[in-house]
Design a protein around this ligand. Structure first.
Ligand SMILES: Cc1ncc(COP(=O)(O)O)c(C=O)c1O
Length: 438
């Protein structure tokens, strides 16, 4: 039997790339999908099979693949140069645009990834406050910086008491000093979070919250949780920070638009690059001053070879201008329609499956209620491992790509057609895996 192109590629890949890929998300058994091309919501693999892509490269493609206006803008810029060691007009223009768009932004710094955005945000918080520790939620994903990875995926052997979770290293060899510098709090649990913050109040530079953390449960942080932590930070001199690398797509100015209080600093990434690598963080002018070399409060030298490169910024600004309030509303309305079709499918198939997310993000859970915290989600995923694997395989086999956490990102090129295909395929998939759900 002749081997298919993706089988051959995987065999070659395993010889030269650890695990056979550069990012673990693409790994699937018996082999990854190898993209040949993509346009809008559709992706074609190297064997010619077509998929509807609900992964949007983990939420980053708000206008789908290869949007003509974004590609044209980026191409025009490419012809004029891809990176310079001098400043550009687009950097100023995009910064002005974002500061108009996001109420909490007085200044912004452009970087190359969400990881960089969160890393520099937390380091700026330390520089500004002169304090060494940061607090984050158990199970929250904020990228791959060793500090922020702490307790990204703890397990029952390591996580400790729920009221005072351990700081668990994510990779081997993390220095103890790193673990000591990260305080872990339980998401949406006001009492225990405040108790933990109190115990560290003199050392805490900031608390960083993803307002709808996808790895925990994809439920929004409650108003009360956000307000209480914000008030606590005002009294205790630490900064209140958001990671909106994923959630910025949910509303015109991100999830922060839903809360009464504003973050001091916010990390962004993904959609603001229009499909090209990007990260950024922004917020209060007096804090951002630590980055300003001619300011008396300068404390944080920060450079980056590709930071603010004109390709990502041109593509990003074009994408953002195509995602103004009307486009956000239309996409969210389509996503609500998808939600009701999926609810219907769950009812018809009579499966214990629940749904979370907001706006253009939908996450499924193999449980009759959405898990309340990281630990409940951990046990759900462990117990339903077999059903989840079969479910994902079914979707890929039937031409639907989603994120392995069972998260579906919609994009502005989608219409009723793609939503109906999704709902129909999910219904069939629910029926198929029902016998495997425990
Ligand atoms: C909430 C959140 N923060 C940060 C990151 C890191 O972004 P990047 O992969 O661009 O480094 C991610 C990536 O998925 C994310 O979801």
């Amino acid at each position: 039997m002749t081997q298919k192109k993706d089988e051959i590629l995987y065999e070659r890949a395993k010889k030269v790339l650890p695990g056979g890929a550069s990012r673990n998300q693409v790994l699937r058994q018996p082999h990854p999908v190898y993209a040949a091309s993509a346009s809008g919501s559709y992706l074609i693999d190297v064997n010619g099979k077509q998929y509807i892509d609900f992964s949007a490269n983990i939420g980053s493609l708000i206008h789908g693949h290869a949007h003509p206006k974004i590609i044209e803008a980026a191409y025009e810029q490419m012809k004029k140069g891809t990176a310079y060691m001098v400043a550009t007009e687009i950097e100023v223009e995009y910064a002005e645009y974002m500061i108009n768009r996001i109420k909490s932004f007085e200044k912004i710094r452009f970087l190359n990834s969400g990881t960089e955005a969160v890393m520099h945000l937390t380091k700026v918080a330390r520089a500004f406050t002169g304090r060494p520790k940061i607090a984050k939620c158990e199970g929250a994903y904020h990228g791959t910086y060793d500090v922020i990875e702490v307790s990204q995926k703890p397990n029952p052997n390591t996580w400790g008491d729920k009221k005072r979770p351990n700081s668990v290293p994510h990779t081997a060899g993390v220095p103890k000093g790193v673990l000591d510098s990260v305080i872990i709090v339980p998401f949406n649990d006001i009492e225990n979070t405040i108790n933990i913050l109190e115990a560290n109040k003199d050392d805490l530079a900031c608390i960083i919250i993803d307002p709808m953390p996808h790895r925990i449960n994809m439920l929004p942080a409650s108003q009360e949780y956000v307000n209480t932590i914000y008030d606590w930070t005002r009294k205790n001199g630490s900064l209140f920070c958001f990671d909106e690398v994923i959630t910025f797509r949910v509303h015109y100015s991100g999830m922060q638009e839903c809360y009464k209080v504003q973050p001091d600093l916010t990390a962004l990434g993904k959609i603001i690059g229009g499909g090209f690598p990007i990260g950024a963080f922004g917020g209060r002018d007096d804090i951002m001053e630590v980055l300003d070399p001619i300011c008396q409060y300068y404390k944080y030298p920060l450079s980056g070879t590709f930071s603010a490169n004109p390709i990502s910024l041109t593509a990003g600004l074009t994408a953002m201008k195509l995602f103004e309030q009307d486009a956000v509303n239309n996409l969210n309305a389509l996503s609500d329609k998808a939600r009701s079709l999926i609810s219907e499918a769950i009812k018809i198939a009579q499966v214990p499956i629940s749904m979370s997310g907001e706006g253009s993000i939908i996450r499924l859970h193999f449980a009759d209620r959405v898990p309340m915290d990281y630990r409940e989600n951990y046990y759900n995923e462990l117990n339903q491992k077999e059903a989840i694997k079969r479910f994902l395989d079914y979707l890929y086999d039937h031409g639907i790509i989603c994120v392995n956490s069972l998260t579906f990102f919609l994009n502005t090129t989608m219409t009723d057609k793609e939503i109906n295909i999704l709902a129909d395929t999910l219904l069939d998939a629910f029926k198929e895996v029902k016998p495997y759900i425990k």
